[in-house]
Design a protein around this ligand. Sequence first.
Ligand code: IVH
Length: 329
Amino acid sequence: MKDHMVSNNVTDNDAALVPVDRLTAPQARAELQRLADEIREHDRRYYQEDAPSASDAEYDALRRRNAEIEARFPELVLADSPSYRVGAVPTGRFPKVRHRVPMLSLDNAFVDADVTEFVDRIRRFLRLDQPPAFTAEPKIDGLSLTLRYEGGTLVSGATRGDGAEGEDVTANVMTLDDVPHRLGGDAPSVCEVRGEVYMTKSAFLALNRRQAEAGRQVFANPRNAAAGSLRQLDPSITRSRPLGFFAYAWGEMTERPADTQAGMLAWFGAVGFKINPEGRVCDSVDALIAFHRDIAFKRGSLDYDIDGVVYKVDRIDWQERLGFVSRTP
Ligand code: IVH
């Protein structure tokens, strides 16, 4: 660098180092563009190449910084801001499917005070004296899948994609042991069951060993191994990969079999799905925080990766009142 270019002034290019509350508007504009480009590239590497280029913490920090700058400079929010995009677009190798009910994403809480604030905001919105009951579930680090049943028979399976449109992976999901081809009992005539495809840690290590021995690609982590295994053009390869599926949500349903999240989970279990055994109903902030602490403690001994816990208002009519429809309900 030439002498006359050395400066103590922070230029727009150095804006990455400036705390959000000290950014000038031109720096904020440059930062929002840089963050959008960087997040898009990480998304592409993660979703389309199954080869992550940032740790979860680094990626979350980029998204958080982006959201904080947007909150300070709402007039500078980009039309294609990463805050309004989920994940990445489908690869184009599989036929696309438009989700009749969008597949949404979640906001993060990081500290106990955020949980208290979250519960309090919900309690006030619902005008309750006491916090409502919540289900607390581990957040499985896999990839989300929607399964459509018509007349109780599995007719299609699709990945989330960008939330509005995913990939049709029906032939592949048909090979998963945890995905029933017919629902037991009296299923609604149309029934979309959603959940997470994952690979256990032990299966991942064994798969990578086999892959390395055969001189084939090894996977970065169980999530990428699960994604790579599900998105194979040859279903017999998917069949040979040990994939699991936990059901935890739903899309279109002509009739809803239960009025609560816990009731829906029980119903999924009754009609043939695996549901995560760690899930609990919690009726206080303390119980929610204790759940998180217990799961954090157990995390290393669980045979699947998790990247947090998910709290859901248990009563579905209250979920609907709260707007379980925004990008991050
Ligand atoms: S609820 C509105 N429950 O987390 C979102 N998601 O960022 C509805 N995930 O795409 C999903 N475990 O892939 C829900 N017990 C769980 C989950 C879970 C993992 C994933 C899912 C979703 C992402 C949200």
